[in-house]
Design a protein around this ligand. Structure first.
Ligand SMILES: Cc1cc2nc3c(=O)[nH]c(=O)nc-3n(C[C@H](O)[C@H](O)[C@H](O)COP(=O)(O)O)c2cc1C
Length: 210
């Protein structure tokens, strides 16, 4: 699909085809395509819990405003943003550093600089750690939706859920924030797609402050 078609045709759909599953292979392809998005220092502070089991999805639905799409979609993702994803002892921070050394993007001598830079950007406050985790994971989540659309699937992002209740129910450690849930599947063509929503235009988006 052309990029512009992917952008124009992606919608938050409410109805998923009950007869069309999402194969493991398709899901993996969507996730690994989305993982190409950029992230601060390439730290990639996102993770996903993949729910396919009906009973598990119902447990989530009961904590998500009882939105039927949570259980009707063949796959529902709990998107996780790791607030600790910049810290020195985090396993992907060291992996990231070693990978940068391999490609020549950094040298061993720059280790201290890399540590200090992360601390100065994210170490100052919980707000900055939350922003770090959620902004990067937001890019990833958007790319998941576009990668799904590109393969003919549809999605629905949701923040209508009880954050702390979902954290407890699914044993999600405290370092993760849950920016959104995402239903993934194939649109049920027997149902009507809601009319496209309005968007802010150029003049409404661009601002100046004097
Ligand atoms: C982060 C986020 C959270 C959302 N949460 C919900 C939700 O809980 N329930 C819902 O019905 N729609 C939810 N939406 C869908 C939006 O209402 C929808 O994307 C918007 O109205 C634009 O429609 P479109 O995606 O079809 O273009 C959410 C969208 C985003 C990006």
């Amino acid at each position: 699909m052309d990029f512009i078609d992917v952008i124009n045709n992606r919608r938050a759909v409410n109805f998923f085809d009950p007869d069309k599953d999402v194969s493991d292979e398709t899901l993996k392809s969507i996730i690994e395509t989305a993982a190409k998005v950029p992230s601060s220092f390439n730290l990639q502070p996102w993770s996903l819990i993949v729910l396919r089991d009906h009973e598990e999805k119902m447990r989530l639905q009961s904590l998500a405003w009882n939105q039927p799409k949570v259980s009707e979609a063949p796959v529902t993702l709990i998107v996780l943003a790791d607030r600790d994803g910049w810290k020195e002892d985090h396993r992907f921070v060291e992996k990231n550093f070693q990978e940068m050394i391999k490609t020549g993007a950094m040298t061993e001598e720059q280790r201290q600089w890399f540590t200090d830079a992360r601390i100065s950007l994210y170490g100052e406050s919980e707000e900055k750690q939350l922003a770090f985790a959620c902004k990067n994971t937001g890019f990833f989540a958007m790319a998941l939706m576009l990668a799904a659309k590109n393969l003919g699937l549809d999605t629905h992002p949701m923040d209508g859920f009880d954050h702390e209740a979902v954290r407890k129910e699914f044993n999600i450690p405290d370092n993760y924030w849950i920016p959104l849930l995402m239903a993934v599947g194939y649109f049920n063509k027997d149902m009507e797609l809601a009319l496209p929503k309005w968007r802010k235009n150029f003049e409404e988006i661009v601002v100046t402050f004097h």
